[in-house]
Design a protein around this ligand. Sequence first.
Ligand SMILES: [Ca+2]
Ligand SMILES: [Ca+2]
Ligand SMILES: [Ca+2]
Ligand SMILES: [Ca+2]
Length: 527
Amino acid sequence: MLRRCTVVSLTAIVGLGLGTSPSSPPALAATTGERGTDFDNDGFDDLVIVDARATSDFRSNAGLVFIAPGSPTGPRLNRSQTLGQTIAGVPGHANADDFFGIAWTSGRFNADAYDDLAVCAPGERVSGLDSAGAIIVFPGSRTGLVPAQSRLFSRATVGVPGLPSAGERWCLNGLAAGDFDRDGYDELVVASTDTRVGGFDEAGAFTVLLGSSVGLRGTGARSITQNSIGVVGAPEADGHFGGNGMAVGDFNGDGFDDLTVGAIGVTVAAVDDAGARYLFFGGPNGLRTTGSQIVTANSLGVPGDPVTSGNFGEGDPAVADWNRDGFDDLLVADPRAEVGLLVGAGQVHLLRGSASGVVAAGGKLVHRNVHGVPGAAAPLEQFGFVDAVSADFDGNGRTDVALGGARMHDGIAFNRGGFFVFRGTSTTLGTAGSSYFTQDTPGVPGVADADRYFSWGIWSADFNGDGFEDLVVPCSFCVIGALDHAGYLLVFRGSDQGLTTTGIRQIKRSAIPGLIDEAETFFGFAA
Ligand SMILES: [Ca+2]
Ligand SMILES: [Ca+2]
Ligand SMILES: [Ca+2]
Ligand SMILES: [Ca+2]
């Protein structure tokens, strides 16, 4: 995500008025194949559509989320379910600037077979404190998500560590789900990278809420910071530990889910805002702080050097066991890395899982000058910005990757955007035969232009249930006619040939019954 410390703040781009960047899209664990967005368990993943700037009950930017159920022909927009705090049974209050939906994740928080949805409302007032932030969790059911059984969690919830604090925006910088204690119920990880820790402003923290047979609960929740026992490093002002890209996988192969979180503002080798990525390992008692691991551009075997404001590790990493040795591997972005002498060209690192966590040795470095990767590295393109998505687009049982490139300019105009697809091979993640999609690619709707940030917020699921995963590609900064920043989603289909431009669905706000396209709504934006 763009940070204050980068050239353009999200506030400037999106005008969210949040004062900080929103979180990353959900990280669906590659290792737990059953976790998805099939909220009614009919075999078709359901499309989560965020309209965080929606006016609800006359409150601007209160936010709404729409669930379009999957079907053999893909998401059914005309059957969309509306979720928000004006819906009967949903706790809390729809207030102006709640931005309900700006971050979300799915998980299996209770004992049933239905995926559940956790939605962040970062602007939610808690105990009278503005923008303290809260999460609403909607359980799945045979008929979809159940608003009447939704529950709200905040720092005022009994058992949740800490106290509500004005402006903390508790969940803004990410939500993730994983079963770290292997009891069959997912835990919910809540990022709060702007939290004050040990006297340092915006040092950052994350909270783990436990799943149970009756769903998430506050009891037993834990807060983890850089002051927690066993965590490498120490809190620092603007370190932003605990989010801005989270992912779950079993990196040390012990059967317990592990978690990786960003700390994009930490100082590394005296380089300010160089950034780091942390790993925490699961166990019988849940996520451990002892034995945690940190990876930076300065780590042994990781190519490249720390860069000022480099924000190493920014965005959701992709996770899969590409070399098939039983340990999940981690694809980490270093989007502002120099490639040769090209400032801000960006690169990504494939780090191998092992019994002792991730290791750089035997890994892989990918950037635009690597053989097989379309195009050539260029300054300021920030290859890998932002988010990497693991999915099996061609259904061959090997995990592929869609890599974000919202700042790609291709020498034409800044921030036009695009994304890359790399295919899993029998032994690794391949660069040969990789592809690159922009709005100049034949078959892709829309017109490429400056500052469209095409692909910001990609994620994948199988909406038509054909076994080939599909990719949701937002163009939330795009125009519709004369409506600037109206925004839309494109759904690319997977196929036996991989991700295809055949049959791309363009989903505008006006596709939701009762809604119209509007300028400056940034439809579909959930960072
Ligand atoms: Ca479904
Ligand atoms: Ca659990
Ligand atoms: Ca593990
Ligand atoms: Ca591996």
